[in-house]
Design a protein around this ligand. Structure first.
Ligand SMILES: Nc1ncnc2c1ncn2[C@@H]1O[C@H](COP(=O)(O)OP(=O)(O)O)[C@@H](O)[C@H]1O
Ligand SMILES: [Mg+2]
Length: 246
């Protein structure tokens, strides 16, 4: 479905991606792991067109997309939920959701409103807050809203950047539950996470990034047992592990 080949992306003269190649097949959850500053967010931003690669190609459903504008890429079926719950704080939950469908030009406002109601059914935690303003939501609720808004674009591929960041453990569980649920309903997912253990539990395959390069890729079950991964990325998630196992 998605084929990223040898992309190199810069911020000014700083090279953040030094030849990244990865693939996501239809139906998969693929996770992208790596420490802070490795280039995970930059990879997602390059795929969704917010940044342009200087070299390399990105193909989606057999078509080059690396020269397209972000709004065109959304229309092709890729939605990006950025890091840090960038919802609209001054708008209601319902209006936030409706804005998520703004790229779907063939839909009437009434149809979009109807889909927003359906989305609220899928996210029962949000439903009671439909008329509340974004800023009044808790961190966890804002994250749910950011994901739900991404889904309003009806993407074939959903890019999620650190959806569990800063959430209380019980909400982390809920976010991962939703990720699995969305995938089961047919959306392919590329997931960037700090919580490597949870991400590998939900993913089919994973890639590990270090300073702008992919250093490892394998089935998620193999990465969970990989000594290098355990040492570098699973050490700090003992609490999460206890939670899942226990
Ligand atoms: N807006 C920016 N301007 C300059 N450098 C940036 C910018 N955003 C990220 N970087 C740099 O690019 C590298 C990769 O960052 P990023 O993709 O955000 O990493 P990650 O998401 O893995 O933590 C880092 O060295 C970071 O400092
Ligand atoms: Mg990041």
């Amino acid at each position: 479905m998605l084929k990223v080949k040898d992309i190199e992306t810069y911020y000014g003269s700083i090279q953040a991606l030094k030849g990244i190649s990865l693939e996501v097949n239809e139906g998969e959850v693929v996770t992208l792991l790596g420490s802070n500053g490795a280039g995970k967010s930059t990879t997602l931003k390059t795929i969704s067109g917010l940044l342009r690669p200087v070299r390399g190609t990105i193909e989606f459903m057999g078509e080059r997309i690396d020269h397209l504008k972000p709004e065109v890429i959304v229309q092709k079926g890729i939605a990006h939920v950025p890091e840090g719950r960038k919802i609209f704080p001054g708008l209601t939950v319902r209006d936030n959701l409706m804005l998520g469908a703004s790229g779907r030009v063939k839909l009437s406002k009434a149809q979009i409103a109807e889909e927003a109601e359906q989305m609220l059914e899928l996210f029962p935690a949000l439903k009671p807050f439909a008329d509340k303003l974004g800023w009044t939501l808790s961190g966890g609720q804002q994250q749910m809203l950011a994901i739900a808004r991404g889904l309003m674009a009806r993407p074939k591929l959903l890019l999620l950047d650190e959806p569990s960041l800063g959430l209380a453990p019980v909400l982390v569980q809920e976010v991962f539950h939703i990720i699995r649920d969305i995938n089961t309903r047919g959306t392919t997912i590329l997931l960037v996470e700090q919580n490597a253990f949870m991400a590998l539990k939900v993913a089919h395959r994973g890639y590990v990034m270090e300073t702008g390069k992919i250093v490892l890729h394998d089935l998620a079950t193999n990465l969970l047992n990989n000594e290098q991964v355990k040492r570098a990325y699973l050490g700090t998630t003992k609490a999460a592990r206890r939670q899942v196992v226990g």
